[in-house]
Every structure is written in C-alpha cells, then in structure tokens.
Write a protein that binds this ligand. Sequence first.
Ligand SMILES: Nc1nc2c(ncn2[C@@H]2O[C@H](COP(=O)(O)OP(=O)(O)OP(=O)(O)O)[C@@H](O)[C@H]2O)c(=O)[nH]1
Ligand SMILES: [Mg+2]
Length: 451
Amino acid sequence: MMMPEDTICASATPPINSPISTIRISGPDTLGAVMSIFGRPDKIKHRYAAYGSIVLNDVLIDDVVLVYYKAPHSFTGEDMAEISCHGNPIIVRKVIDLLCSRGIRIAEPGEFSRRAFLNGKIDLTEAEAINHIITARSGWEVSSAIKEMHGALRDIIKNITARVINLKADIESGIDFSQEDIEFVSGEEALTQLDETEVLVADLHRRCRIGERISHGIDVPIVGRPNVGKSSILNLILNRERAIVSDIPGTTRDLIGEIVQFAGMPVHLLDTAGITESDSHIERIGVELSRKKIETAPVIIFVIDAGSDVTDEDISIFNIVKNKKHIVLANKIDLAQPDNLARFAQFGNVIPFSAKSGQGLAYLEKTLGGILRNEFVDYENSFVADMRIIIILEKALIIIKACRGLFLSKEPQEIIAFELQNLIDCLSEITGEISPDSILDSIFSRFCIGK
Ligand SMILES: Nc1nc2c(ncn2[C@@H]2O[C@H](COP(=O)(O)OP(=O)(O)OP(=O)(O)O)[C@@H](O)[C@H]2O)c(=O)[nH]1
Ligand SMILES: [Mg+2]
C-alpha cells in the first residue's frame, strides 16, 4: 500500500452559489488541520456529523457541518474530512485558504480517486465508473455506471482472469512433472478451456462496445424535403430555439445535433438539410450530409407535410428510408383536414404530428423509445466502458488466438505458460493490478478536481 505523505484539499462541489458546498480533505494531517480551524474540536469524531463554526482571528467564516473519517475507513483509505459550508464560492475560498495556511495543498484533478485506487479501495473499473456516474447524460448510463461502481465489470474480469490462472497453473504442473510423464491437463481440455475463455472475453467486448456506442448518443436524424418542419420538430423536442426555422425552403444547410434522452438512452438528434435536387452548391453539400446520415443511422425520423400533397421528393426520400428502421411523422397536422391521413397510406404507419401544437410528441417519444430498446436489446447488460478497456479486450483476444496456435502446434509447455501469463497481465491492466504510472495519469487527469 502506497501512502502519499502530503494532505490535499479541494471543493467537491462546483463554484456556484448553492445551498451547500462541500470541501474534502485527505491525508495524514487531516485531523490536525480541521481541529485547528473548527470551533468545537472536541466534537470531531469518526463518522460523526459535528456542527460548529470556522473562525479566523475572531472573524466568523461560516457555520459548517464537519464529518471526519479515520483511516482506513474513508473513500481514499486515508484520514479524511468533509466540511459542508453554505454554498458560496467566497466562503469556500476562505476555508480552502485557511486549510492551505495549515500546510495542506490543493488537490490535482482526480487525486482523491487516485489515492483511493492506490490504497486498494477501488480498482480502475470502479474509478472510471465513478467518473461515468458524474458525466452520464441518460438514465441508462447512470444505472450502468452504478453497477460498474459496485464491481460488475471487475467481477467478470476477475472471473476470466482466474480461469486463465488455473489453466496456466495446470500447464505448469505438467511442466514440473514432465519427466514422469504426468499430464495435468490434456491438450484437448486446455483448448476447450481456452475456447471458453475466448467466448467470455468476446462477449464482454461486445457488451462494452454496445455501451460505448450508446453512451456517445445514438444518431437519429430528422429527414424530409425542404420546409416540412424538421427544424421546428428538433426545437420542439429540445424545448428551445436551437435551429433556425423559416418558411423559406432550404433554411437548414448543415447538420445540427443535440443529445436528448429518450427512454433513458442518450439520443443524438440531428436536424438535417431538406433533401432536394438543388442547384446551389452549399445546399447540395447539406443534402449529401443528410443522405450519408440516413445510411449510417440506426433509426430515422422521416417527416412529411400533412398540410400539402405528397410530392415526388417525398417518395424518393421515402425510398431511401424505407429499408431502415424509421418513424414517419405527418407534421403540420394542424393545417390538415382531420382524418385525412389515408392519402399517406403508402408510407405505412404515420404519426399525426404538429411541431406547432406539440400534438404527437408523447407518441413519438414512446415509439422511438420502443425501437431503440429493440435495436439495442442487450443495453441492460452493456457497460459504459472506456475505450481503454475495449482496446485491452481486443488485445486479449489476439493473445488468446496466439495461445491456441501454440497449443495446436504442440509448442513446449513453458512457451504456452509464458503466453498465458501475457494474457493474465493484459486482463489485469483493466482492473489496474498492473498499470504503469503513465496510464494512471491519463485516467485520473480526466476527473474533476475534488473527485
Ligand atoms: N402550422 C404549422 N407550421 C409549421 C409546423 N412545423 C413547422 N411549421 C412551419 O413551417 C415552416 C418550415 O419549418 P422549418 O422547421 O424551418 O422546416 P425545415 O423542414 O427545417 O425546412 P428546411 O430547413 O428548409 O429543410 C416554418 O414557417 C414553420 O413555422 C406545424 O406543425 N404547423
Ligand atoms: Mg430546417
């Protein structure tokens, strides 16, 4: 266990005016420092909320609640304290200045989590999960990250690693007894175990990939011919004037995207340029971007104008969209004759919609949510893993293939055992059992100060 010598402090809450702000302190000088600035030092006890004042030279700084955690029973595993004061950055600043005058220094980004990791309180998957909980933009990410913080990913990795360790041990026992011709694990059995390991790693890789994809936001473009109301629909869903709306066809030239939450998942909703045969160079570029998005997006919102007749443009856009998952909105229903949707029968199920009145919005959210859940069936079981983990899993799959090659060509057991050790080391990088400082730097520097 590595114990950093110095004591750090930082505000764990953002520098804004709010009811409460919290200042964290961690390190061996914590208790001395807080006792010296807190008006009722006798009240400071392990895991006890002490109420009192912080006073400097007879001037009252604030009334606060102070909780002290005695090492190793704290988040970092060191002596820690949390001071909750009134949420004014001026007060926070004064308390931190006071602590600094007692020889405590301001923490680097992620330094509390880094200490928790170095003291064995959390592994890297849990540290990364905490960061995901803070930065998550949808309910799905939050619950997935909380599961990870509770060790869901770590347990799977540990289980896979344990299997490889066993296999390697069996093979090494074979090495020791090789003179006596005892084989602890037959070649076939070893291959089966390797195959099983590969299935587990590949499955985990797939689940992390899905999670990674979802967490970036699932692209859902809103497409249709010019002037049908695509930008108005984006603005309605976002509940603000994000895209310019006008009655001039060809208003939107570029892709305009925002992340919104649908059915607990982050959706990258994209307003696109109305698709048309245009002479204008800029408009053509926009139309090209819209077409590309239709190709790559998993789900498309196709908009038609319920207030006007179906045009050839509508039909040709629908022909590109129809083979993909899509939703059809008959927008401007407020301008249409009621129950006159029959003329849109060629587009299949059409949702009557109005960006003006909001009609159909709840139904759109329900329908889109349903499609997304179906498209990403396994989303309950996917992980919001960092690219770092996905890359390590890919490396592990390559090593497994190499091991199989060694088995099949009946290489000496020492060589196979060596390659299996590479696999164990590789998997251990995920939890951080084996991780060079440079990797730790890059992970924890992404955290905010006070975390
Ligand atoms: N009455 C009514 N008007 C609407 C509705 N939705 C949009 N409009 C109007 O239709 C016109 C075009 O709306 P936009 O949202 O700019 O249409 P767009 O599809 O983004 O157009 P381009 O960017 O040119 O492709 C504007 O004058 C809107 O106010 C609706 O539901 N009802
Ligand atoms: Mg537009």
